[in-house]
Design a protein around this ligand. Sequence first.
Ligand code: ACO
Length: 333
Amino acid sequence: MTQSGVGIKIIGCGSATPSQVLTNEQLSQIVDTSDEWIKTRTGISRRHLALADESLSELAAKAAASALEMAQLNPQAIDLIILATSTADDLFGSANKIQHLIGANQAVAFDLTAACSGFVFGLSVAASFIRSGTYQNILLIGADLLSRWVDWSDRTSCVLFGDGAGAVVCQANQTEDHLLACELYSDGRQNGSLNLAYQSESQPMVDNLQVARGGYQPLTMNGKEIYRFAVAKVPEVIEKALFKANLQAPQVDWLILHQANQRILDAVAERLQISPEKVISNLAEYGNTSAASIPLALDETIRQGKIKCGDIIVLSGFGAGLTWGAAIFRWGI
Ligand code: ACO
């Protein structure tokens, strides 16, 4: 238990994905690739893509409503909404739109950006607010529509990404702290390995004054660098979190990693000597959904009835920034 005597418990989860699906076969009609290459190199078969008239806020609101239903919590009981995303509908943020859509009118709401680590970073922020006694009920959402920012002519990156949203409800708990450890890291030296960056063009105004008039350019990625980073740093951060939680790898019941590539999932599990049946993977259906991937996989596994009360779940996110982190919690509603 924490010093203030307040622990954190996850009391509900939910997820949502767009209904439109793009298969590997269909992708091979757009770029020079094949179903066989994508499956063997990544484990991905399909990805769900938002239509032009679908919004991140709406998808996230669906996931949030489902999490609130499982938690049996009225939206008005939510004190804080954290939206982890890199693809907000609005650069000023989308969390407030979601607050309105789900009717959580007592909640403070803000966006948090840490790419594919966003959900784990958000969980740590939520825990801090709860443990400090500031808030009782926090809705944490991970949602991204990277299909809007992928270069659909770049076969080295476009095959990886899909759209989705996942959410959890975190609640203050006086008797037990279910979040056993959280470790977060950033390293800006490798920032150039994965970007969705603003590119400015100079526009003259008056006299010698200029203003930047540009736009965000499609996602660029050095796949090999990210792969190397992930297989080195993810096992390390999980080992640190296990040490903090006073746990050994064999005590882990479920490993839910950011769903980037099946080969990364396998390599991390092998390094930690966690058996493959404990590794959750839904990459084949959704690809990499960025900040949504961990809560989406968590929600699916919970709803399939695989995760039992008291199970130890290890989460780890990694991605652009570069950022990475791990969280360990005990499931039990
Ligand atoms: N179809 C067919 N061939 C391809 C494709 C494709 N889609 N993409 C690349 N190739 C080719 C390459 O051109 C190369 O050909 P060459 O040998 O003639 O030069 C060959 O396949 C091998 O390419 P590699 O880059 O070596 O392939 P690799 O096995 O490394 O797989 C991949 C590439 C899948 C991108 C891998 O490096 C990876 O998954 N990296 C991690 C990426 C990641 O997780 N990014 C997201 C982080 S999360 C976030 O923050 C958003």
